[in-house]
Write a protein that binds this ligand. Sequence first.
Ligand code: PLP
Length: 392
Amino acid sequence: MNIANRIDCLGTETAFAVSAEAAAFAAKGNHVYPFHLGDMNLPTPSTVVEGAVKAMRDGKTGYCPNAGIPQLREALAENISNSHGVKYGMENVAVQPGGKPVITKFIQAVMNPGDEVLYPNPGYPIYESQIEYYGGTALPYGYKENEGGFAIDIDAIENSITPKTKILILNDLQNPIGAEASPEEFKRLAEIVREHDLMVLCDEAYFEIRYSGKSQSFVSLPGMQERCVILYTFSKKFAMTGWRLGAAVGPENVISVIAKLNVNDESCSNHFNQYGALDGLTGDQTEVMGLLDVLKGRRDAAINALNQIEGIHCVTPASTFYLFPNVTGAMANKGFTDYDVFRKAVLEATGVSFCTRLHFGRQLEGETERYIRFAYSGIDIDQIEEGIGRMK
Ligand code: PLP
């Protein structure tokens, strides 16, 4: 059978290929330390599970409204209004089967072929894939490492804007870096967005995966709410990666187009899962907060162990469950120049499986430092210490 030409433009998420490679390595009888995927080995809170089971037993097993059950849309609008300091109603919310569909539906809804889209690189690879698939031009911007962490390269954003640039994709509390913009950086970005009349996708997949301080949303800046669509997901905060539930939150005219895309794509998100998510959102938060405590313990253990390896330097992100250690020295010390050769050599020798910077976009011009990404959401503390100890 012939494959359509447009598929040539479709990218993928190569972290899943690393995951398959690690599984194949394990199938040969090897022990694997899984740091490659942002998946979780923590249980979904019981409030969510019980809510979904009850809904299933109560017969919530048919189709439901395309944009989601009204109770969940309302609860999300209220929850996000409270945490973001802006006002949303249920008309601003379209429930989705995960956070990822918000990326493709936002691009389909607002991007015309030929439009330029600014997106983070290193960053979640689906942005570039979807921009190019729908005929846009992907304009990558990077991050700069400083003593305290990583800062978004706003100069790169400004320098690459042309009259064709229509969209900015922001992933604050960032995957893979764990970077966050400062209030000053947000202010400058908002000025750029206003000046160039941009629309913004705020990917907030990790908004509530935060260990200290409080997250600020870009939508809370003056004039930004009407220009932004938020990607919300239950996957990470509620340890629900396999449930596939999220939402697009933004201006009503865009949300109604996104809901129309729901009709075309999946009719509706899983009906009974939405009742579980509703209970998770509105019920007791003790178990949810407990997940964060576990993740924080893992973060500290992983950073401590990584920083004991000669040639590796790892800063401490306040959010996400990713680390982005600088391995320039370690690679050079052992004579590695190729990321993938390094990654596979570590897997073969120690069983430690991770992604490299190249799984999050092509290397940018002038980039000399080398980074790998460690996800600690799917591995227990003792395994973190043992695995990184073996790497050392
Ligand atoms: N956005 C970012 C930055 C992510 O890291 C992920 C998942 O890893 C998603 C979106 C997609 O989330 P979901 O699993 O809910 O589709």
